[in-house]
Design a protein around this ligand. Structure first.
Ligand code: C2O
Ligand code: CU
Ligand code: CU
Length: 510
């Protein structure tokens, strides 16, 4: 079935370039007549100019959205932002998305965190050229939560995402609605990204030089924090509770976030939606690709109060800026010293009093005696080649070790045993097509002291699709492969690592 659609896509592409006929739709070649979409949107990837600063506009790549069918509220555009629109879906909805690639390079969209068939997942083997389209049709199966979308063409994901191609995808469901959590203007996206701009306000990425090669090995680190694709990181709030949906949309930077007045953070959700109960932390770790939702009650602050959410200083060996970082020019945002991420101004009065629910949701736990397989994956770094078990990405290759039986319950263990000459590096590992549970972490003796500095910031109790694996750390995940069969990816979400090949296919077979 997949092979057929690839062939058809290639054929149509060929046909159109030969005859200059307009392409009617590729990938899943055209909208299928039997799929009765509740909502239909069009997302166009194109290069564009936005006013991020005063003076020159900034050249970006971005997703532009349009509702073709369904409520206008399906798309929410963030004014002045380079980010794509926020997509809002309900569980159970049938969605058609027409992706139009108007860039002059190939691309494809991946829906990060969703349970969808493999030809809807945005695997790089489905990338379409500039001028082509890809039609997605799927049912929203996931729980309510904060998901996101971004490009996934092989070798070019980091650059395209960096140029602005990303957006949030928010799913709601009845279970969540019954809780009466803060909504609308009190439910806010906070997409955190680091970027560098030159004096003409243009985005600076990693160059092709020797230094660039080294930067690529650690991952890009920017000199300025952008919130929701805007340079202004200030949020005006009222004296009442808010729901803040944080996404680390940075290419490689890991954040250790805390309030400047030492208030604990109250976490209500992770990648795959609501926790069972709220959890409190002195700080939270947020790696690229991860989401976390906070309940923040500003009612105890006086009007005029200013708060900041800060990145706390982190041990060099944990931030991945150790040896490599010292060799290169340090970014203006020093992971080792800390910096401001978000500024909050409490400047509106509100009398709404809501209290945080004690019970948020029910999470089913797998019986631990029914595990079918325990797979171990070493995160490796061989001579400038980040990989998984010393292998790097190859478009459709799956090793025997990467074939999973449909329906199996497995332990996947990622081992970041530091070896090789590049120094310790953290790896946020992401598995497509599933939500998993983190069941165990351990750290080697060499890294125990540094680990002490980050370990209280993990939220491992909920559903996740991306997990931070620190230097010296081993993390065990419990994953049930019961959604779809087919070929999916697992990879490091440090986007430079991903592009360098720290990504592999796995195949779910019936
Ligand atoms: Cu958000 Cu394959 O990644
Ligand atoms: Cu993903
Ligand atoms: Cu990595």
């Amino acid at each position: 079935m997949n092979n057929m659609s690839i062939t058809r896509r290639k054929f149509l592409a060929l046909l159109s370039s030969a005859s200059a006929l307009p392409i009617l739709g590729v990938g899943r070649a055209e909208a299928s007549k039997t799929f009765n979409a509740d909502v239909e949107i069009k997302l166009t990837a194109k290069s564009d100019k936005v006013s991020i600063f005063s003076g020159n506009k900034t050249q970006v790549y971005r997703y532009q959205g349009e509702v073709v069918k369904g409520e206008a509220g399906t798309l929410q555009t963030i004014k002045g932002s380079y980010l794509g629109p926020v997509l809002r879906f309900r569980k159970g909805q049938k969605v058609r998305i027409r992706f139009v690639n108007q860039l002059s390079e190939e691309s494809i969209i991946h829906w990060h965190g969703l349970h969808i068939p493999d030809d809807m997942d945005g695997h790089p083997r489905f990338a379409v050229n500039g001028g082509e389209e890809y039609i997605y049709e799927f049912t929203v199966n996931n729980r309510a939560g904060t998901y996101w979308f971004h490009p996934h063409p092989h070798g070019n994901t980091a650059h395209q995402a960096y140029m602005g191609m990303a957006g949030l995808l928010i799913i709601s469901d009845r279970e969540e609605q019954a809780l009466g959590l803060p909504s609308d203007e009190y439910d806010l996206p906070i997409v955190i990204q680091d970027r560098s701009f030159n004096r003409d306000n243009q985005l600076q990425y990693i160059g092709p030089s020797m230094m660039g090669m080294m930067q690529r090995m650690t991952g890009f680190k920017g000199e300025q924090i952008m919130i929701n694709g805007l340079s202004d990181n200030t949020l005006s709030v009222a004296t009442r509770p808010y729901r803040l949906r944080l996404l680390n949309g940075s290419n490689s930077r890991i954040y250790k976030l805390a309030w400047n007045d030492d208030s604990p953070l109250r976490v209500i959700a992770t990648d795959g939606g609501l926790l069972e109960n709220p959890e409190q932390r002195p700080y939270i770790m947020l790696a690229p690709g991860e989401r976390i939702e906070l309940w923040v009650d500003f009612s105890r602050y006086k009007i005029g109060t200013e708060l900041t959410l800060r990145h706390l200083p982190m041990e060099e060996s944990m931030s991945g800026s150790g040896m490599m970082g010292r060799m290169m020019r340090q970014s203006a945002l020093s992971s080792n010293e800390g910096f401001e991420v978000l500024r909050v101004k409490v400047n509106k009065r509100s009398n709404t009093r809501l209290s945080i629910p004690n019970r948020l949701s029910q999470i089913s736990h797998y019986p631990s005696d029914s595990i079918d397989k325990h797979r171990k994956f070493k995160l490796t770094m061989d001579h400038r080649q980040p990989g998984i078990d010393h292998r790097s990405f190859s478009m459709t290759e799956v090793s025997e070790y990467e074939v999973v039986k449909f329906g199996a319950l497995e332990i996947w263990e990622f081992q970041n045993d530091v070896s090789g000459g590049m120094g310790p590096m953290p790896h946020p590992m992401h598995v497509h097509g599933v939500q998993f549970q983190v069941i165990e972490r351990s750290v080697s003796a060499d890294y125990e002291a540094a680990y002490e500095d980050v370990q209280y910031g993990y939220i491992d109790s909920g559903w996740k699709d991306t997990v931070l694996v620190m230097p010296g750390e081993r993390v065990k995940l419990l994953i049930k492969f019961n959604h779809y069969d087919g070929m999916y990816l697992y990879h490091c979400h440090n986007l430079e690592h991903e592009d360098l090949g720290m990504m592999r296919n796995y195949l779910v077979k019936r």
